[in-house]
Structure formats: structure tokens, C-alpha cells
Design a protein around this ligand. Structure first.
Ligand code: DGI
Ligand code: FE
Ligand code: FE
Ligand code: FE
Length: 188
């Protein structure tokens, strides 16, 4: 079992400095959102530390881990950028001894989202959009919405991703659309 400090060490050494800075931003933001919206800040911190652990692994390594371990292999038919989340949850469990399913799910669904996102899923996914280092068109609007509504901020984040994919005529992973629709229903 890894201590928090050990996790920080092993995660930060498998990514470029810039990505580690992003991760630190997600840690800080996820803890704040957890405190504001009633999720567990300790779990939010751990999920944030690990969420992008596999982001810079070779794409063929990600593919092999997903297919050899019967992970959600429908992902393999969709954008490669989705794969690091599934593999991140797998290594958190199998390499780093994380046995808390809530933490593992928050890592697993931090990119795609899912139907019935838990409080912790929402906190980590939204923190990933709005951490202080993020700078994309519309990010300030999402930050503002996040001050008032966890679901509202997250829908705006997913909308920005979906719009970007549409504008590039890229395939959208269906679960992302289902996650977005489900969050809107929760807000009604
Ligand atoms: O890993 P990060 O860059 O911090 O953020 P992320 O895990 O949310 O990133 C993923 C990228 O995945 C994002 O720039 C958009 C891209 N992507 C490609 N297809 C999809 C997708 N994201 C979602 N949510 N759904 C897709 O179908
Ligand atoms: Fe990610
Ligand atoms: Fe991230
Ligand atoms: Fe406001």
C-alpha cells in the first residue's frame, strides 16, 4: 500500500512537468469542490493525484492493458484520449493498492463521464475542467457555473467537449452524451 507522498512521487515521475502541474491543480480544485458540495475531500485528493497517471503511457500499452484485462473494451472503438482513464483506474487498483471503488470509479469516469455519476465522479471530472491552469475558450463560464451548481458546471464542461468534437467532426463516445443528458435530468 502506497502512502499519499509515495503516490505523489510515483505519479509525478511518469509525466512531464506540465502535466504534473495540471494534476496539482486538479487536486486543489477537487478538494475545494468536495468541501463545497459534500463529497469526501480525502478521496477527491487521491482520485485527483491518480486521475491522469496513464496519460503519457504509449498508446499501444494502453490498448494492450484494456484488451488483456477485459476492461471496458468498447472504448477501443473510440477516441484514444479516452483510454488513459480506464487504464488509470486499473493501475491505481493493481499497482498502487487503491481498493476504494468510489476512488477507482472517479478515475475511470473522469474523461467520459457516465450515467449516474457519483458526487465524487462529478467533483473530479469538473475539477479536471476548471483547475487554475486550464485555459480554453469558455473555461471562465464553467468556473462561474461551478460556483453555484456541480451539475451545471459539469454539463457546461461536457458541452464544451462535445462541441469541440462536433466542430472537428470527430466521433463522440456515446456514454459522454448519456452522462450529459443524465446530469441535465438531475437538474430539472
Ligand atoms: O486528461 P486531461 O487532458 O486532463 O482531460 P480529459 O481526461 O478530460 O481528456 C480528454 C480529452 O479527450 C478531451 O480533450 C476530449 C477528448 N475526447 C475525445 N473523445 C471524447 C473525449 N472526451 C469525452 N468526454 N468524450 C469523448 O467522446
Ligand atoms: Fe484525463
Ligand atoms: Fe486531467
Ligand atoms: Fe456567481
Amino acid at each position: 500500500k502506497f502512502s499519499r507522498d509515495e503516490l505523489i512521487k510515483v505519479v509525478s515521475t511518469q509525466m512531464p512537468d506540465k502535466r504534473w502541474q495540471h494534476t496539482q491543480g486538479v487536486m486543489e480544485t477537487a478538494v475545494k469542490l468536495a468541501e463545497q458540495y459534500g463529497a469526501d475531500p480525502v478521496k477527491a485528493d487521491l482520485a485527483a493525484i491518480l486521475h491522469d497517471v496513464a496519460k503519457y503511457w504509449p498508446i499501444e500499452t494502453l490498448r494492450t492493458i484494456i484488451s488483456d484485462n477485459q476492461l471496458s473494451d468498447d472504448l477501443l472503438s473510440y477516441n484514444k484520449q479516452l483510454w488513459h482513464a480506464e487504464v488509470g483506474a486499473f493501475v491505481a487498483s493493481h499497482e498502487y493498492g487503491i481498493d476504494d471503488l468510489e476512488i477507482l470509479d472517479a478515475i475511470r469516469y473522469h474523461t467520459a463521464g457516465r450515467i449516474g455519476m457519483t458526487l465524487l465522479d462529478k467533483v473530479v471530472c469538473l475539477a479536471d475542467y476548471i483547475e487554475p491552469g486550464r485555459d480554453f475558450p469558455g473555461v471562465n463560464n464553467i468556473r462561474e457555473l461551478a460556483n453555484h451548481s456541480l451539475e451545471g458546471g459539469l454539463v457546461a464542461g461536457l458541452d464544451s467537449t462535445i462541441s469541440l468534437l462536433v466542430s472537428r467532426r470527430q466521433i463522440i463516445y456515446p456514454l459522454t452524451v448519456l452522462a450529459r443528458n443524465d446530469l441535465i435530468k438531475q437538474m430539472e
